[in-house]
Design a protein around this ligand. Structure first.
Ligand code: AMP
Length: 545
């Protein structure tokens, strides 16, 4: 017997329609490259998304077509999110920080018909155009005013103007009643080997995840919040936060290109931001800036941190020195990305501060919808004892079943998605990521967690950032090497840093050596680029060799 309730599909257009109807006067603020703000409301954004959908139709965009973006977090990018998906096409957010070859490959593989780009990416668009013959039109996302300044800069010939396209269209649009499983967004993930792979989100997966993001034990978003997603709109749809903002009617503050400590501090104070989200390096920059200038944020209450492991020292600094609660979370492009979130349970209320931090360093519990398990080399599930580390597998309605243009379910293991992360799960279901499987250090047949050794290195007061990699060792196979950046003015020696590990990890986990560098390499999404480090230190001779 079927239930007798309405079969209203879960659609991305309904998120914006809801925000426009119920929170019509709530503001969306976007900070431009020049520091000037663009301000309007959800009602305005909806009207402009309608104009854009009409314009896309007039350009020949049809349901299922891919429309690419090369843009920072800003209001036009937001309009593209809603209009492209809302009309039944696919919003393909391209990471402009990737190498040109990779971007050209991605645009070609996705068969994007239109590419919409920020003024900042005019030269990039020009370089791409001859390599992307299938793109029918290039669209410049800029104010009329911006364009005059930039007219001299190169751009693909025949580039269309976004504002002119919108001005020519009516501001209403009948959003189609799509099947909720229709493709809505596309995001490529760059593995360390092979070509980037496309993850194709649906309307349903996007809306369900937005609901989960807003839950109290996730980001606890509400209509009283001022949300600033610093996580890039070109990386996993800014972690789904722009959709969650519409769902609850949060004021939305889009930071534009300037993400350094000083710029974010100013933005958060100017706009009264209460909640934000970004990778650890962004928070490190903000915390360093505030410490140097003896500043405190007056409105920021909590921050979502993910993308790579959030060091214990950073959690402690943000909470104890600046009064900002840290919500540590884990996810990946293939999981939309919300997977696990570290928030305490009721029974943790009386934990001493140190034990509470132990919990926060973990990546947290799966939110409803996501199931997790860890398995050993034989595929058998490992005990949830917080100690047994194995391959982390996940499944759920916003987890990727197969990559774009790949065979259906080809990479799943018995219906579970293998994340490539190594993790433990404790009896309370808190997941702790110990490594990417390719980053784990294999010493004498046992595994050493590079993440834990990195966490300890940055807990040293003189260390700014650290990566720990496995280096070949004649006896043990691999041993850990710390590659570290000192804080400005700090003089800590390698021996002092190694001594810092004493008593904090098992003896055989202690790194064998330290190399200090001025800077560590990062990927286009802000993660430590360990493949480069491993290549650089392939022939490094450890003193213990
Ligand atoms: P991406 O698909 O680029 O978002 O990268 C996803 C990967 O980032 C995951 O598979 C993890 O290896 C890593 N990651 C994300 N969040 C965390 C976290 N909180 N702690 C440790 N690693 C993380």
């Amino acid at each position: 017997m079927l239930g007798q309730m309405m079969q209203t599909p879960l659609l991305i257009s309904s998120l914006l329609r809801h925000a426009a109807a119920v929170h019509g006067d709530t503001e969306i603020v976007s900070r431009g490259a020049d520091g000037a703000d663009h301000r309007y409301t959800y009602a305005d954004a909806h009207h402009r998304a309608c104009r854009l959908a009409n314009a896309l139709l007039s350009l020949g965009v049809r349901p299922g077509d891919r429309v690419a973006t090369l843009a920072w977090n800003g209001h036009r990018h937001l309009e593209l999110y809603y209009a492209v998906s809302g009309m039944g096409a696919v919003c393909h957010t391209v990471n402009p920080r990737l190498f040109l070859d990779q971007i050209a490959y991605i645009i070609d593989h996705a068969e994007d018909t239109l590419v919409c780009f920020d003024v900042a990416f005019r030269s990039l668009a020009e370089a791409l155009a001859p390599r992307c013959p299938r793109v029918r039109a290039w669209v410049l996302l800029a104010d009329e005013g911006d364009e005059r300044d930039e007219l001299e800069a190169p751009a693909p010939p025949g580039t269309l103007r976004y504002e002119a396209l919108l001005a020519a269209q009516p501001d209403d649009f009948a959003w189609p009643a799509l099947d909720e499983h229709t493709a809505a967004g596309l995001c490529y993930t760059s593995g360390t080997t092979g070509h980037p792979k496309g993850v194709l989100y649906s309307h349903r997966s996007t809306v369900l995840q937005a609901m989960a993001i807003a839950l109290p034990d996730a980001v606890a978003l509400s209509a009283r919040d001022v949300l600033a997603p610093v996580s890039s709109m070109f990386h996993v749809m800014s972690w789904g936060l722009p959709y969650a903002a519409s769902l609850v009617g949060s004021t939305l503050v889009l930071p534009g290109p300037k993400l350094d400590g000083a710029s974010l501090f100013r933005l958060f104070e100017d706009e009264g931001v209460t909640v934000s989200a970004a990778v650890p390096t962004v928070w490190l920059g903000l915390a360093t800036y505030m410490a140097e200038h003896a500043l405190r944020l007056s409105t920021l209450k909590r921050v979502l941190i993910g993308g790579s492991a959030c060091p214990r020292a950073l959690i402690a600094t943000l909470q104890d020195d600046f009064g900002v609660e840290v919500i540590h979370a884990w996810g990946m492009t293939e999981t939309s990305p919300l997977g696990t979130v570290s928030r305490p349970k009721r029974k943790h209320a009386s934990l001493p501060a140190d034990r509470r931090l132990d919990l926060q360093v973990k990546q947290g519990r799966p939110v409803f919808g996501v199931e997790v398990k860890v398995v050993g080399a034989d595929g058998a599930e490992l005990p949830r004892d917080g100690a047994a580390a194995g391959d982390l597998l996940v499944r759920g309605p916003w987890v990727c079943a197969s990559y774009f243009k790949a065979d259906e379910n080809d990479q799943l293991r018995d219906g579970w998605f293998p994340t490539g992360d190594v993790a433990t799960i404790d009896p309370d279901s808190y997941v702790q990521i110990t490594d990417r499987s390719k980053d784990v250090i294999k010493s004498g047949g046992e595994w050493i967690s590079s993440i834990e050794l990195e966490n300890l290195a940055v807990a040293h007061p003189s260390i700014q950032e650290a990566a720990v990699i496995g280096v070949a060792h004649p006896k043990w196979g691999e041993r850990p090497l710390v590659v570290a950046v000192r804080k400005p003015g700090a003089t800590v020696s390698g021996a002092e840093l190694l001594a810092f590990y004493e008593g904090k990890v098992a003896k055989w986990w202690r790194p064998d050596d330290v190399v200090f560098v001025a800077e560590l390499p990062h990927t286009a999404t802000g993660k430590l680029l360990k493949t480069r480090l491993r290549a650089e230190y392939r022939d490094y001779r450890l003193p213990t060799s």
